[in-house]
Each structure stands twice: as structure tokens, then as C-alpha cells.
Design a protein around this ligand. Structure first.
Ligand code: FES
Length: 163
């Protein structure tokens, strides 16, 4: 009796798993807003980030989701932030300068990031690598300033292609 009950439970569990696996095949992620590695939030719902050039002129204000990094966002919105090593912390071409009040909200850069920042053109006290800055809601309204130039130490000045 107990064995029969267990067998029935196993069959139900297996059946549920099969249904789940089958239904997953029919799920489609929303691709309409997808352009690169990140998904654009619906207008008015995302974390607002202002990108400015070295002169302080606004390049673009964009919206992003929690967990997105500044480099991916810049690429998503065609902002000229290079990112030669594509986020592997082997260059400094994704260098951005942040306002002190937002810089202080971020976790400290690790040693690898600091090593690359040391090679960044126009390093400041509030410089970060854009690929290492992950967005949180408290960063809403932050400005990321693009430096006047970048120094590409990564494989012969390789430029990444957008995905
Ligand atoms: S893209 Fe190279 S360190 Fe960020």
C-alpha cells in the first residue's frame, strides 16, 4: 500500500517536471526591448542615469535595471564608452567619473579594478570602471562623466563590437 502510494507520488512529480520542461519551451523572453546585454526597462520605471561628456554637456539620459552595469548600459544606448576588454577588468577604456555622493554608495573597487584605474587617463578620486559599477535603486539620478580620452592598454587597441 505504502509502496503504491510512493509510486503514485513519484509519477505525479515526474509528470510535473515534464510539464514544466515542456512549458519552458513555450516561454519567450521579451525581445522587443532587447538590444545588447541588457534589457531596457519600460519608460519611467528604470534607474535614471545621465551620461555627460568631459565638458559637462549632457550626452544622454537613459534608464536601466538594477544589476545592470554602466558599460552595458552605455552600449545599449549607443553612448561612446569603449570597454575594450568587454568587462574582464583588463583595460581602463570604460573609465567613468562619478559624483562623490554616488561614488560613496558603491562598494570599494577591488585590487584588479584599482590596478586598471591606475592606468586610466584623467584619473580622479571618484573614478570607476564602468563595467564594474552595478546599478542599484539608490543610484537613481546619477551622472556618469566620460573622460576626455582613454588609454587602451588592451591587445593592440582592440575595439569591441556590439552584440
Ligand atoms: S571594459 Fe575593460 S575594464 Fe571595463
Amino acid at each position: 500500500m505504502l509502496a503504491a502510494l510512493r509510486a503514485a507520488q513519484c509519477r505525479r512529480a515526474q509528470c510535473s517536471l515534464q510539464r514544466f520542461a515542456t512549458s519552458r519551451r513555450h516561454l519567450h523572453p521579451s525581445v522587443s526591448l532587447r538590444h545588447g546585454n541588457v534589457t531596457r526597462p519600460s519608460p519611467g520605471t528604470g534607474i535614471k542615469i545621465h551620461f555627460r561628456d568631459a565638458k559637462g554637456d549632457l550626452v544622454k539620459t537613459v534608464e536601466a535595471n538594477e544589476g545592470d552595469d554602466l558599460l552595458s548600459i552605455a552600449h545599449e544606448y549607443d553612448i561612446d564608452l569603449e570597454g575594450a576588454c568587454e568587462g574582464s577588468v583588463a583595460c581602463s577604456t570604460c573609465h567613468v567619473i562619478l559624483p562623490p555622493e554616488y561614488y560613496d554608495l558603491l562598494p570599494e573597487p577591488d585590487d584588479d579594478e584599482n590596478d586598471m584605474l591606475d592606468m586610466a587617463f584623467g584619473l580622479t578620486d571618484t573614478s570607476r570602471l564602468g563595467c564594474q559599477v552595478k546599478l542599484t535603486r539608490e543610484l537613481d539620478g546619477m551622472t556618469a562623466t566620460l573622460p576626455a580620452a582613454t588609454r587602451n592598454m588592451f591587445v593592440d587597441g582592440k575595439k569591441p563590437t556590439h552584440h
